[in-house]
Design a protein around this ligand. Structure first.
Ligand code: SF4
Length: 320
């Protein structure tokens, strides 16, 4: 009996590792998870594989460039004038806004209605924001969407072609794979919150937004301009876990210059610059779904990462 279980587990694991298409993510992941449960509860600790080549980052992300007046505010952040391309983040002059008195953790925790209202108000601010040059070339800002009481929040780097057109995060091919990853964890898209560090579409050729293959990662200045929005969203939702998708989001939120390969495999305490978290939040880094589409062989590593969150939340994963 024990040998049968082991043989089945080995067979399912082999199938999962062989998955080369995003459609196979769930079907391959589910039996692996289920077999682990059948064979004796929690799966044995898995050694983390080495990071494949190609995910090393070289840019730095300044975190504390905002003047004092831009620091934590319990209310929605107001937009300011658009900067010219190449200029640093447009920010309100220091001293215009009084610094709010420090809040206690209990005062900062919101109920569902308060979260919904605060996120909606913040989304409206984002939709009219022109703090960085991306605001002048976007078709639609993409604030993010999902469950305001989510235990897990996924954060990518920025919207792409499809997201720019729909104003929704992760709705292209990468988004479809993210949906499958979420389902494989035993969750649904409606149970999590999905957002990006940058809320507007970074393009390699902003003069031709109609072009496909025009996506790029947000640069350091754009991230510095926009990061207060994702920080505010995280503080409002206050999930148990943030999953940073890709090296850009991981490096920006974990505030570490290491490569994604070095950041993966462990939880970090999340510390934000512009807001105080009502309670501790853990962050984990894994691959961006777009990177998994380009490198299907990395899926097993992404699954290893997601299982760390599943184990913490007691999720058994999708079942066939
Ligand atoms: S990317 Fe962020 S900071 Fe820049 S215009 Fe859009 S919402 Fe504003």
């Amino acid at each position: 009996m024990a040998n049968d279980s082991l043989r089945r587990l080995a067979s399912d694991f082999k199938t999962f590792l062989a998955a080369q298409d995003e459609d196979e993510f769930v079907s391959a992941a589910a039996p692996l998870r289920a077999a682990a449960a059948v064979s004796g509860g929690e799966p044995a600790p898995k050694p983390l594989p080495k990071m494949p080549e190609g995910e090393t980052l070289t840019v730095e992300f300044p975190r504390a460039d905002l003047p004092v007046a831009e620091k934590p505010s319990p209310t929605v952040l107001a937009p300011s004038a658009a900067p010219m391309a190449g200029q640093a983040c447009s920010a309100a002059p220091a001293g215009n806004t009084p610094q709010p008195a420090p809040s206690t953790a209990n005062e900062l925790l919101m109920n569902t209605a308060q979260k919904t209202a605060a996120l909606a108000e913040l989304a409206e601010t984002i939709k009219t924001c022109t703090r960085c040059p991306l605001g002048a070339t976007r078709l639609n800002a993409v604030p993010g969407e999902g469950n305001v009481d989510a235990e897990v929040m996924f954060v990518g780097e920025g919207p792409g072609f499809d997201e720019d057109r729909q104003g929704r995060p992760f709705v292209g091919r990468a988004g479809q794979l993210l949906d499958k990853m979420i389902v494989a964890m035993g969750l649904t898209r409606e149970q999590v919150f999905i957002a990006n560090i940058a809320k507007c579409h970074p393009m390699t050729d902003p003069l031709h937004p109609e072009k496909h293959g025009n996506d790029r990662a947000p640069n350091a200045e754009e991230i510095a301009c926009c990061r207060k929005y994702i920080e505010k969203q995280i503080s409002i939702i206050c999930p148990k876990y943030v999953v940073a998708l890709g090296g850009v989001a991981a490096k920006a939120l974990i505030a570490d210059a290491k490569s994604l390969g070095a950041l993966r495999g462990q939880f970090y305490d999340l510390h934000l610059d512009s807001v105080t978290l009502p309670r501790p939040v853990k962050i984990l880094a894994t691959f961006h779904p777009a990177a998994l589409l380009r490198n299907p062989g990395w899926k097993k590593d992404a699954w290893t990462d997601l299982q760390m969150v599943m184990d913490q939340l007691g999720l058994q994963g999708a079942r066939k």
